[in-house]
Design a protein around this ligand. Structure first.
Ligand SMILES: Cc1cc2nc3c(=O)[nH]c(=O)nc-3n(C[C@H](O)[C@H](O)[C@H](O)COP(=O)(O)OP(=O)(O)OC[C@H]3O[C@@H](n4cnc5c(N)ncnc54)[C@H](O)[C@@H]3O)c2cc1C
Ligand SMILES: *[C@@H]1O[C@H](CO)[C@@H](O)[C@H](O)[C@H]1NC(C)=O
Ligand SMILES: *[C@@H]1O[C@H](CO)[C@@H](O)[C@H](O)[C@H]1NC(C)=O
Length: 580
């Protein structure tokens, strides 16, 4: 981190003053690493049983499992300045969830009891409140070192310990390394020339400063139409002087249907939460609904229309993961789902040109094989005079200059504020950016260049006693975060418990077992329409990523059964006992 950057951009909790003119663009997590303290979890040469990397849902759940339930010495290293993970970093205007209450929380009774939500689709402020509740109940922060970015780690088989390094030069030893880095730890910014020359305000959405940046009367740009681009458009559309949204592929969004929740109704409903949150694990995507028992053409056109309409009105991901069971497999069925979607969305857009860019009659890819995102007033923004959509599919961004953005066709676009909403080196990027080395000293980054290998989506051969959650080859992108975290987290805690009880020094998955798991991942994907597009699921989140499925596409229920099958025998693992 350079001196100039140190004070110019706020770390995510906004303790640092934001300077609004010509801030340098931060792109890497390790730029946030610094050492403010030396006590407790910040101490040098820390020695613990378990070291958790990441303080989001996964980190909190593993802390609860390992420290509170199992009672082993556990510390969290977190790059950000507070708990919350995704919701610490993603504080761009309008940032909010697309999982509905009560789905999007952990099944920890003490925390459920202590927390209520203001509405059914919370925003990042509400999520931060939730993590504060987690801390109040579980006392997590006293055992967490913030601004501690892991940049290197290797397991010593003799010692049976991980040696972990941070960006600011500390080392820690731990028997277990639990990687709770999420799927979005590595930001992706295309290497457009000239970004450094832009004199206005520019940030990647996921390194957005906490302080409000006024867009009153300002010329604003949003590059990208993932969840971030969509949510930010809703937030900025009514406020900005002028807003241009740069789109490569339209996001096939579906309506969210937000409503306020009272404390009273939640107190009544909480009686059922433990059951409901358990039920999530048996629905395909870890939500509280799953695919219909029917196929698309079991119904008549009229019945189909009615069914689609019901899903649409109920909102949320129902039109995606509660739809007919065949549409992600059968192109004809998929076309029906797309047609209804296009009809609904086109009706909301006035301008015929914008209509064709935002909701074209011909599908840009099969419906639902890219994650749709939820919205409440996205398309309506484009009916405002001050909001435009710029199609960059065949007219790419060439470079930036002092005043804005230049496109291939020679047009220049002037801006005061630019949000780079180009997302992440998704799923594998967090782990490959952490400096992990296997027992032979090879880096995971090199090993995974052409293809990622894990065993069960929770372990990696050559990385003993390392466990990862909500990452490569788990249900990850195809699921509700907390659900996957719990299914994997309980499994990991049980494995660690066994290791402790049976005097095991380490477990290490075999290459053969990892190859079999990879085959399974590919098979589950290949029977669907997913491989037809280089989507985020398939390594499409950045240009030079391997084209491969990185998610378990068989649904949460089957996933849970698959990982449980290998216990108690540790099938697929080398098990090395501690010397007597
Ligand atoms: C904008 C946005 C909206 C989303 N909306 C939803 C939604 O509605 N529903 C849903 O199910 N999912 C959603 N997700 C996915 C979301 O990430 C998960 O739901 C959930 O937050 C995952 O929790 P996690 O703990 O696994 O990871 P995260 O919340 O991402 O936390 C990981 C933490 O690890 C830290 N970390 C990473 N690498 C290092 C390192 N090397 N050293 C130290 N610390 C490190 C990071 O700083 C981060 O705080 C969304 C993601 C984004 C980006
Ligand atoms: C950025 O500015 C520098 C200094 O004026 C210039 O040399 C460089 O060419 C500019 N970059 C681009 C891509 O325009
Ligand atoms: C729509 O947004 C989701 C959520 O961010 C993203 O995963 C998906 O790839 C986007 N779809 C398109 C077509 O960009």
């Amino acid at each position: 981190m350079t001196e100039a950057m140190d004070d110019s951009i706020g770390a995510p909790n906004g303790k640092v003053k934001v300077e609004l003119t010509n801030p340098k663009l931060r792109t890497q997590l390790h730029e946030y690493g610094r050492r403010n303290r030396t006590d407790g979890p910040y101490a040098d040469n820390l020695a613990v049983d378990a070291l958790i990397v990441g303080g989001g849902f996964a980190g909190v759940f593993m802390f609860y499992q390992l420290k509170k339930q199992l009672g082993i010495n556990t510390v969290i290293y977190e790059a950000g300045t507070d708990l919350g993970g995704t919701w610490r970093w993603n504080c761009y205007p309008g940032a909010m969830v697309d999982s509905e209450v009560p789905e999007y929380q952990l099944n920890i009774p003490e925390v459920i009891k202590a927390h209520n939500w203001p509405n059914n689709y919370p925003n990042y402020h509400d999520l931060r409140d939730y993590f504060d509740t987690c801390d109040k109940v579980l006392d997590i922060k006293s055992q967490t070192a913030f601004e501690s970015v892991v940049t290197g780690a290797q397991f010593n088989t003799e010692e049976g310990r991980w040696s972990v390094e941070t960006a600011d030069g500390r080392t820690a030893k731990a028997k277990y390394l639990v990687v709770c880095a999420g799927f979005a730890a590595k930001r992706y910014v295309p290497d457009w020339p000239g970004i450094e020359n832009f004199t206005g305000i520019i940030h990647h959405s996921s390194f957005w400063p906490d302080e409000e940046i006024s867009v009153d009367g300002k010329k604003c740009a949003i590059i990208g139409t993932g969840a971030t681009g969509v949510q930010l458009t809703q937030a900025w559309g009514p406020k900005a002087g002028h807003l241009k949204v740069f789109q490569r592929t339209p996001n096939l969004t579906v309506p969210m249907r937000q409503r306020d929740l009272t404390v009273e109704e939640q107190e009544v409903a909480k009686k059922w939460y433990p059951e409901l949150l358990h039920l999530r694990e048996h629905c395909f995507g870890g939500f509280l609904y799953t695919f219909s028992e029917k196929s698309t053409f079991d119904d008549s056109p009229e019945e189909r229309e009615q069914f689609y309409e019901k899903l649409w009105q109920d909102g949320g991901f129902r039109y995606w993961l509660g739809n007919y069971k065949d549409y992600l497999f059968d192109p004809k069925a998929n076309q029906e789902a797309y047609n209804f979607w296009a009809k609904k969305q086109r009706a909301r857009i006035d301008d015929p040109k914008k209509k064709d860019i935002l909701a074209p009659l011909d599908m840009p890819h099969y419906w639902g094989i890219k994650r749709p995102c939820l919205e409440y007033a996205y398309l309506e923004q484009f009916n405002r005079d001050n909001v435009d959509i710029v199609d960059i599919k065949n007219n790419a961004i060439v470079n930036f200059d002092e005043t804005g953005i230049n496109l291939e066709d020679g047009t220049h676009h002037d801006f005061d504020v630019i949000c780079i909403a180009t997302g992440f080196d998704v799923v594998t990027g967090g782990m490959t950016a952490m400096g992990l080395r296997n027992i032979n000293g090879e880096s995971l980054e090199d090993q995974w260049k052409s293809a990622a290998y894990t065993y069960l989506g929770t372990t990696v051969a050559g990385y003993p006693n390392m466990f990862h959650l909500y990452g490569p080859q788990g249900p990850t992108l195809l699921s509700n975060g907390p659900t996957t975290v719990e299914v994997q987290g309980r499994w990991i805690a049980d494995v660690i418990k066994r290791c402790e009880r049976d005097g095991i020094r380490y477990i290490n998955p075999t290459d053969e077992a990892s190859k079999e798991w990879k085959k399974k991942i590919n098979h589950l994907s290949d029977i669907s329409l997913f491989p037809t597009t280089k989507s985020t699921y398939m390594g499409g989140s950045k240009p030079d990523k391997a084209f491969e499925q990185t998610n378990y596409a068989g649904g949460l229920h089957n996933y849970g059964e698959d990982i449980r099958k290998v216990l108690p025998s540790f099938e697929g693992f080398h098990v090395v006992k501690a010397a007597a």
